[in-house]
Structures are given as structure tokens and as C-alpha cells.
Design a protein around this ligand. Structure first.
Ligand SMILES: Nc1ncnc2c1ncn2[C@@H]1O[C@H](COP(=O)(O)OP(=O)(O)OP(=O)(O)O)[C@@H](O)[C@H]1O
Ligand SMILES: [Mg+2]
Length: 333
């Protein structure tokens, strides 16, 4: 299968005015011709096939938004080649725009003073969406994201969650093949987040819309994206399935034992004690071949064990462990 998006050694450097400290420095900063270069994206390569849903992940400043802006044609790469639907995004912005949808969580694309539905109508005209198709899409998406109650309200009167739902619907009205979303769930409450996630997963599954999204909320990834691209300090550090990341990091399970009376020190051979709160003791089960039954038989029946809880590592832990190990490896060099 040919890739919908092909990135080959893509880099983006920004020139920033050199800054000088202090009040005089501030004046000097204004007139300086000295620049420093910031590497926002360095030598990033990947392929994304039709129908994929990919989560683009990384700490603040890692270069996620910059990459999205290059793929949507807003920014021009400093080096490397980028192909989206067979075109170079920044060279054919108009042709590209017809086939992609874009949502920036931090910036609205709706008309602030107009009713939501007027922004949609404008969008229909600009993108030449056939009337029947437009009506169909509007009805279906509005139903799914429960937009109907506020379609006639001015955008500036909407809550953040309502506005984000409207942004997402608008980005899909022209049936784009690819949907780019930069932090689509930022600032939403749990209910709104959940609605947006389920909607995006469904659009990907049922309409085959390819999705690339950045987020700091790992639940977004877990619900929508089987594939993960991770970046750090402008570089790509992982590309693959979430399951592969879990497997590579080992799957240490967390075990909590609750006692009716404090059993005192309780050295176990099969589990590592991570914290001791007297009645509550937390362990890590690092070995996969050790069963819960083995651990419990080690504890014995005379200690007053009251309750047991076993947790599989969640996505937050997996990602945190990945970055911690990388940082530790970098520090050791
Ligand atoms: N227009 C610009 N001019 C100069 N530097 C920029 C510009 N845009 C981004 N940068 C720099 O490039 C780097 C990457 O920024 P980017 O916005 O891509 O990060 P991000 O991964 O999206 O971070 P966040 O999680 O905070 O949104 C940062 O160091 C940032 O300061
Ligand atoms: Mg960003």
C-alpha cells in the first residue's frame, strides 16, 4: 500500500532574535541582528497509510505542532521532503486543503460573531460541497456530537467544549481524507473529552478517515490511536504500536496488600516492596512468570490479609517509564 503521508528526513529550524538580559539588554534585543537557531524538528521520517490513526506524542516544545503545521502546508520544512496525498503541502496549499481537515485546539477556525451554522455555510461555499452531501454530513455529525442545541448561537457565546465539537464538525464537512488535530481535547471536561474521542474513533473506523493527532492526554491515544509516534527534543524516538512499547518496557504489575492488623516487616521473594504504609503495602511484580497465587502463599494465611488489588500498568506509566529510561540512558553517557 502506498503511503498517504511520507516524511523523509524532515527538519525545521527557527531563527530567533538573540536575547540579552536586563533593561539595556531588552533595548539591545530590539535592534540586534544576532540570531540563534532553534531546531524544532530534526530529521524526522515516517510513513502513514490510508485509514490509520496515529498519536503524535511528546513533551512541551518537542516539535509536535511544528510537524502538524508542515504537514498542513502552513510551514515550510528547512530540510527533507514531505508528501501528503502525493503533493508537497506548502506548494499546493489549496489543492491540499480540499482533502484535509485541520483542528487546532488552541485556535478557532469559526467566525467568532456569527452563529455556528453560518460558519458551516461559509465552509460549504469555500469548499464547494454539494448541497445534499453537506446536509447529510451536517445532520450526521451534529447528531453524533450533539451540536443541534447550539447551532444557532454565536460562537463567542459557546463553552469551550461546545466550540471544540463545532470545530471538529466543520473540519469534516468536506469529507477530507486526512484529519489533523493539534490537541483537540485540551481544556475539555471528562464528558466532553469522552464524546470527542468516541466520535473521532468512529469517524476513523467507519469512514476510513486517516487521523493524526497530538495530545498530552494519553487516554486520547488509548481510545483513538493504535499507533504512536513519540518525539523528544525535536527527534523521533519511537514509532510503533502501543502494545510494542508495553512489551519493550516489560509489564511490571502493581500489587497492593491490605491487612487488618499491621503484620510488621514482610519480606517477599517474588515481589519488590515499593512503599509501606503499615496496613497497606505496595509491591511491584516484575517477573511475568510469578503468579498472584505464589505471592499470596508466600504471605501466608496467619498475617490477617484483608484485601488484594493487582493493577496492570496503564498507558501513563508506560510512557513515563519510557521517557525516564531514555533520560537515564542519556545522563549515563
Ligand atoms: N514561529 C516560531 N518561531 C520561533 N520558534 C518557534 C516557533 N514555533 C515554534 N518554535 C520553537 O520550536 C520548538 C517546537 O515548538 P512546537 O510548538 O512544535 O512544540 P510542541 O511539541 O507543539 O509543544 P507543546 O506541547 O507545548 O504544544 C519550541 O522550542 C518552540 O519554541
Ligand atoms: Mg503544540
Amino acid at each position: 500500500m502506498t503511503a498517504l503521508i511520507e516524511a523523509r528526513g524532515v527538519s525545521k529550524r527557527f531563527r530567533q532574535h538573540k536575547r540579552f538580559p536586563g533593561l539595556l539588554g531588552a533595548l539591545k534585543t530590539l535592534v540586534t541582528t544576532e540570531y540563534t537557531e532553534v531546531a524544532a524538528v530534526s530529521d524526522v521520517s515516517f510513513d502513514i497509510a490510508a485509514g490509520e490513526a496515529v498519536g503524535y506524542l511528546g513533551p512541551n516544545g518537542a516539535g509536535k505542532s511544528t510537524m502538524i503545521k508542515m504537514m498542513t502546508g502552513i510551514l515550510v520544512p528547512s530540510a527533507g521532503t514531505l508528501s501528503v496525498l502525493g503533493r508537497t503541502p506548502h506548494q499546493e496549499r489549496m489543492a491540499n486543503a480540499r482533502q484535509i481537515g485541520v483542528v487546532f485546539g488552541q485556535r478557532s477556525q469559526l467566525w467568532w460573531d456569527l452563529p455556528v451554522v453560518d460558519s458551516f455555510t461559509l465552509h460549504q461555499r469555500i469548499y464547494d460541497i454539494p448541497a445534499a452531501r453537506y446536509a447529510d454530513n451536517l445532520k450526521r455529525f451534529s447528531d453524533l456530537l450533539d451540536l443541534t442545541p447550539f447551532l444557532d448561537r454565536a460562537v463567542r457565546q459557546l463553552s469551550l467544549g461546545q466550540r471544540m465539537r463545532a470545530e471538529i464538525v466543520m473540519s469534516l464537512l468536506h469529507d477530507p481524507k486526512i484529519l489533523f488535530l493539534d490537541e483537540p481535547t485540551i481544556g475539555l471536561d471528562v464528558v466532553a473529552k469522552d464524546a470527542v474521542r468516541r466520535f473521532l474513533a468512529e469517524i476513523n473506523r467507519e469512514r476510513g478517515v486517516t487521523i493524526i493527532l497530538t495530545t498530552h492526554d494519553l487516554q486520547d491515544i488509548e481510545t483513538i490511536c493504535p499507533r504512536l509516534i513519540m518525539v523528544d527534543h525535536s527527534q523521533l524516538i519511537f514509532d510503533g504500536e502501543l502494545g510494542r512499547l508495553r512489551a519493550a518496557l516489560g509489564s511490571a504489575r502493581r500489587l497492593t496488600l491490605e491487612f487488618a492488623t499491621d503484620p510488621g516487616p514482610l519480606p517477599l521473594g517474588t515481589a519488590t516492596l515499593t512503599s509501606d504504609e503499615g496496613l497497606l503495602k505496595h509491591y511491584l511484580l516484575e517477573r511475568e512468570d510469578v503468579s498472584l497465587v505464589q505471592v499470596l502463599s508466600e504471605v501466608g494465611s496467619e498475617r490477617g490479609l484483608k484485601d488484594v488489588a493487582l493493577h496492570e500498568p496503564d498507558i501513563e506509566e508506560v510512557i513515563r517509564t519510557f521517557y525516564q529510561r531514555r533520560n537515564a540512558a542519556a545522563a549515563a553517557q
